[in-house]
Design a protein around this ligand. Structure first.
Ligand SMILES: [Zn+2]
Ligand SMILES: [Zn+2]
Length: 315
């Protein structure tokens, strides 16, 4: 039994309590409910007057990936009191698929859709930040089972993003190096490595604030998702299949979001994956101090396929 341990983030003043709880471990589910196709808003047959912002086929013939303006969004570009835009990227025409079921080429095309929407929306006057993210599974906030991602253009720079940028810049000034480049070097060959190839490094971070949390980082120091080469995008797609396929196998709901440079400042872009198998309790809501019942070292072993399936019980 591993004793609980308080851990500090690599470079931010954030703490997490890693408190392994053997009674709560994942197990493969028998089956999952799927929403009906007839009522699915994201099945092409049910599209009604959608405003299409992006199509992967250049608007010629049937699309496979499309971005539509969310007509139920609280933020719109014609309301100065709640200015912004929300879009839903429908990742496939087919209902009931998961992103990890797709081919490498298909996931690369989803990344291309992220890039197009991120770069287009961030250039709109009055937009301060664009967040690209995905919720998968009921507990993580998704209400539909047709696989999709979301892009939201905000009129403000959120505090959490600003504080990450500030901590990044402080580290850069003090060390003259990039914290994420340093993390990749420091964690290489450590037990928290999940997967890597020549382009991408996937890590279960030392002070992970989410059970099974993972960071997907390009090895090259680049600021924006739009800076990824074709080969780097393919590596990201392979890495996503590994980590998201594992979470899918154990029916663990997740969020991931893409962290990009803010205001064209220096940064090391990456994808942060935050599974949400437990509900935040009072300590976390009241103080921001998070208890993570899964050690990052155990999470890395699960992602690497080194934990025998079915041996452990559910959370
Ligand atoms: Zn559907
Ligand atoms: Zn870097």
């Amino acid at each position: 039994m591993i004793k609980p341990e308080v851990r500090k983030d690599y470079f931010k003043d954030e703490y997490v309590i890693i408190a392994p709880n053997r009674a709560r471990r994942p197990m493969e589910p028998k089956s999952l409910p799927t929403d009906a196709i007839s009522t699915c808003h994201f099945c092409p047959a049910n599209f009604k007057g959608e405003t299409i912002a992006y199509q992967d086929n250049g608007y010629a013939g049937d699309w496979e990936i499309v971005s539509v303006v969310n007509k139920f969004s609280a933020l719109t570009l014609d309301n100065h009191s709640a200015y912004g835009q929300a879009e839903v990227i429908v990742e496939t025409r087919r209902h009931g698929m998961d992103i990890n079921d797709f081919s490498i080429d298909h996931i690369v095309r989803i990344l291309d859709a992220y890039i197009d929407r991120f770069m287009t929306l961030r250039n709109i006057d009055g937009i301060k930040h664009v967040v690209v993210f995905k919720n998968e599974g009921g507990k993580a906030g998704a209400s539909l089972s047709h696989t999709h991602s979301q892009v939201i253009a905000l009129p403000v720079l959120p505090h959490k993003i600003e504080s990450e940028a500030r901590a990044y810049n402080k580290y850069r000034i003090e060390h003259t190096t990039c914290p994420y480049c340093d993390i990749i070097v420091a964690e290489t060959d450590k037990p928290r490595v999940i997967w890597e190839d020549e382009n991408v490094f996937v890590l279960s971070p030392y002070a992970s604030d989410a059970p099974y949390g993972a960071w997907l980082m390009p090895k090259r120091h680049i600021a924006l998702i739009a800076d990824l080469t074709k080969s780097e995008k393919e590596s990201f797609a392979k890495a996503m299949k590994v980590v998201l396929g594992t979470l899918d196998k154990y029916a663990i709901p997740y969020n991931y979001f893409i962290e990009n440079s803010v205001n064209n400042e220096d940064y090391h872009m990456h994808i942060k994956l935050a599974p949400r198998p437990n509900i935040w309790a009072g300590l976390e809501l009241g103080t921001g101090v998070i208890i993570n019942p899964i050690t990052p070292e155990f999470a890395a072993r699960l992602y690497r396929g080194q934990i025998k399936s079915g041996v452990y019980s559910r959370f």
